[in-house]
Design a protein around this ligand. Sequence first.
Ligand code: HEC
Length: 101
Amino acid sequence: MKKIITYSALAIMGLGMVNVAQAGDAAAGKVKSAICIACHGADGIGTTNMNPNIAGQKEAYLAKSIKAYRDGVRNDPMMGAMAKPLSDADIDNLAAYFSSL
Ligand code: HEC
């Protein structure tokens, strides 16, 4: 029994690793993007001169930037607050969505 549990746990961990390597889910990202569009636009084009365009940006770069704001590696009061509650999966999905625009 113990062995089965160990193998199952390993299998689940393995699946998790596959997920990390996979690209985000743009459809799920679109749902989450509701809070972003006030500043970055529904089309991913910034709504003011201070809000950067993120449409069509490389997915990996978007994910890296948002994680950097969340983790305090990159500092901006606005984006830090926006990124704080996001999980890695949320961020990957948002990156996939805005990259696809
Ligand atoms: C209140 C306005 C506001 C909201 C809401 C907002 N952002 Fe931002 N975002 C900014 C500003 C301003 C910057 C530029 C910050 C800087 O100078 O580093 C930025 C920067 C970024 C960058 C970096 C762009 C680059 O070229 O490096 C990404 C990616 C990003 N935001 C994604 C998001 C996502 C995804 C959301 C929704 C979860 C979001 N933002 C919500 C204002 C906002």
